[in-house]
Design a protein around this ligand. Structure first.
Ligand SMILES: Cc1cc2nc3c(=O)[nH]c(=O)nc-3n(C[C@H](O)[C@H](O)[C@H](O)COP(=O)(O)OP(=O)(O)OC[C@H]3O[C@@H](n4cnc5c(N)ncnc54)[C@H](O)[C@@H]3O)c2cc1C
Length: 384
């Protein structure tokens, strides 16, 4: 088995959290190695809605959303049964597929001097007081002073997350389509969220006139329709004529949707006293916000940049980082979990729909509380 020499910082996972940390560390002239399991860019289960906070970080990190062709989204349409309400968003959101976005950010990291290993995965991690050992199976092993663990929802042996307190009976699906021209024009500029029994679906345009459909549904409903995507989609379309109209004559761009099971919405890592100080948990390894609010990517980017800035200031001080990121995202995750619970159940869906109709400003205010707050971001953006 090959063993490489000891690294200063190894980032495991080259998604948004890992790549943003790598950008900032490399910018500061630090030696950083990123290990990314996927050999090439790929699609991910995601609604692909970029909030203003996510956009702010991406611009800061040098990603040009216009050049990548990201769509612009200024309105939210909430759809339930045959009813629809439209509200203006408090900012212009963007839509960009993760295949394009994650690759662009990883290239930014590489351009700044981070070394990237693709197509290899960390199999297990063990730590003692002086170093952290990473086992990559047949690809060898390595040691590092610090590890930024950014593997998203995938756990690594030896440092698995405790998923206590999270809801994990939801399944996520994502499929991209080429819509009929009339439907594409009608969707342009909006994100449409359809509420249905046991879940909700988001539809919006991303780059190159592609529409992204992403939905979460309870395991129970998926089982009721015989655990088949085709029957799930047709039962949802029966319930949501609006969505059914949008997808009429649409051409799916993949044969099967991508899926993710047991999404641990509501998870927040609770640091334990004997955790190694060199082990930083970023993105979904730190906390998983329900997707209804479209804030997961900004949390991933905030955590990556915050971890890097704390490392640059204090060295391997993961406890400082975990404490600070915990207080930055705890309220957002709790509130989003309450909203997520509501929009999964008929009574809650009715209440959210009614409130959005009679008092859109109140809904805007509630959702603004689920976002990474400006003061937290400023501490990172102005420290660098
Ligand atoms: C259904 C759904 C819809 C969503 N919609 C939105 C939305 O519209 N807007 C939004 O802002 N957020 C959304 N999110 C949340 C968002 O997708 C995540 O919060 C975000 O991707 C987390 O980023 P990350 O970098 O932590 O993880 P990831 O993006 O998952 O990246 C992790 C990376 O680590 C790599 N990796 C995994 N294991 C290993 C290993 N052992 N070794 C090496 N590499 C490894 C993976 O290949 C991957 O590239 C949604 C989530 C779900 C489930």
């Amino acid at each position: 088995m090959r063993r490489r020499c000891k690294e200063e910082v190894v980032v495991i996972g080259g998604g948004l959290a890992g790549a943003s940390a790598a950008c900032m560390l490399a910018d500061a002239g630090r030696s950083v190695l990123v290990i990314e399991r996927d050999a090439a860019a790929r699609d991910k289960v995601c609604g692909e809605f970029l909030s203003i906070e996510a956009q702010t970080y991406l611009v800061h990190l040098g990603v040009d959303l216009d050049a990548l062709g990201a769509s612009r989204i200024s309105r939210l349409r909430l759809v339930r049964d045959r009813k629809l309400i439209e509200v203006g968003l408090p900012f212009v959101g963007r839509g960009l597929s993760r295949r394009v976005l994650d690759e662009a950010l990883l290239q930014q990291a590489e351009g700044r001097g981070a070394r990237i290993i693709r197509g290899q995965a960390a199999r297990s991690i063990s730590a003692d007081r002086t170093q952290i050992a990473i086992d990559m199976g047949q690809d060898g092993s390595m040691a590092a002073d610090s590890v930024f663990l950014a593997t998203g929802k995938h756990d690594v042996r030896g440092v698995k997350r405790a998923s206590l307190g999270s809801t994990n009976d939801l399944i996520g699906f994502k499929l991209q389509y080429r819509l009929a021209k009339r439907e594409r024009q009608a969707l342009d500029g909006a994100v449409e969220v359809a509420l249905f029994r046991g879940g909700y679906a988001g539809l919006q345009m991303v780059e190159r006139e592609i529409a992204n459909l992403c939905l979460v549904v309870s395991r129970q409903r998926f089982e009721q329709v015989g655990k088949s995507w085709d029957s799930l989609l047709s039962s949802i379309l029966d319930e949501c004529p609006h969505l059914s109209g949008r997808l009429q004559s649409a051409v799916p761009l993949l044969k099967r949707p991508l899926s993710i099971f047991q999404i641990p919405y509501g998870f927040l890592h609770r640091p334990v006293p004997d955790e190694p100080q060199g082990l930083f948990r970023l993105g979904d390894q730190m906390g998983v916000i329900p997707s209804f609010t479209g804030e997961g990517m900004s949390i991933a980017l905030h955590s990556g940049c915050l971890a890097a800035s704390i490392f640059l200031e204090h060295g391997p001080a993961a406890s400082i980082f975990h404490h600070r990121i915990g207080s930055d995202i705890r309220r957002s995750i709790r509130l989003a979990s309450v909203l997520n619970h509501a929009v999964r159940h008929a009574a809650g869906q009715g209440a959210v729909f009614h409130l959005s109709r009679i008092w859109p400003a109140a809904m805007r205010h509630v959702t603004s509380l689920t976002r990474v707050q400006e003061a937290s971001m400023n501490r990172v953006l102005f420290a660098s």
